[in-house]
Design a protein around this ligand. Structure first.
Ligand code: ZN
Length: 232
């Protein structure tokens, strides 16, 4: 392809990208106008404060938008998303959301929401490399390894992956509870529940995995901590 042709392709591509962006702005203007028409003080109230009742830890997958599938409005849910809804004890981003949500926003319900058909979880079931993300997916392989006795009995690859999606949620609920943030909240007498849900991208429904942790007695001894620092 000649240099001129390459420039033409690049310009067309850029024009197309700008058109996509223009669509977002147009959507935004319409949405903001509709909200203001329905409730003239809507943005004034939201700008003043947020009082979310839920902290949502979900997957980055574009098919699983927290507000939309839960029917919650802006201001009602505090959200952290990453690939495969993981709670990793060295992930400062997730821990910061957790701390801010619990200690500052005083949220009492933390939800870990996974989803069936999670690309991250299914990728972790195999041995193929995907690049940098393999280091992140390693956390899911650790979950697989923990439940190998159950998962290896499932012959169907898809079903095994879907079960791992559920088990991954259960383990991430536990990881939330293993943090000092959650344990300090419990120790101070604050009511705080951590729930595990899973979403079906094929039917749009949320399911309760019936894993609900509300106090330190429900977690393994080795992960329990006291709030007193001691180096002696
Ligand atoms: Zn996912």
């Amino acid at each position: 392809m000649s240099a001129l042709a390459l420039i033409r392709v690049a310009l067309v591509r850029k024009g197309s990208l700008m058109a996509e962006l223009a669509r977002l702005f147009e959507n935004n203007r319409k949405w903001a106008a509709a909200q203001a028409a329905e409730d003239p003080r809507y943005f004034e109230r939201l700008a003043a404060q947020q009082t979310p009742k839920f902290l949502w830890i979900g997957c980055s997958d574009s098919r699983v938008p927290a507000n939309k599938i839960s029917g919650l409005e802006p201001g009602e849910v505090f959200v952290h998303r990453n690939v495969a809804n993981l709670v990793v004890h060295t992930d400062v981003s997730c821990l910061s959301v957790l701390q801010f949500g619990i200690e500052v926003l005083k949220i009492e319900n933390v939800i870990v929401c996974g989803h069936y058909g999670c690309g991250g979880v299914h990728a972790a079931c195999g041995n193929r490399q995907f690049g940098l993300i393999d280091n992140w997916l390693r956390n899911i392989k650790d979950v697989y390894s923990r439940y190998r006795h159950e998962l290896d009995k499932i012959a169907d690859d898809l079903k095994r992956g879907e079960r791992l999606c559920e088990l991954n949620v259960i383990e991430q609920v536990r990881n939330v509870c293993h943090t000092t943030i959650v344990q300090n909240a419990w120790a101070s007498g604050k009511p705080l529940a951590v729930h595990g849900l899973i979403y079906g991208v094929g039917d749009g429904l949320l399911r309760d995995l019936a894993v609900r942790i509300t106090n330190a007695d429900q977690i393994d001894d080795i992960y329990r901590t006291t709030s007193q620092y001691s180096y002696s």
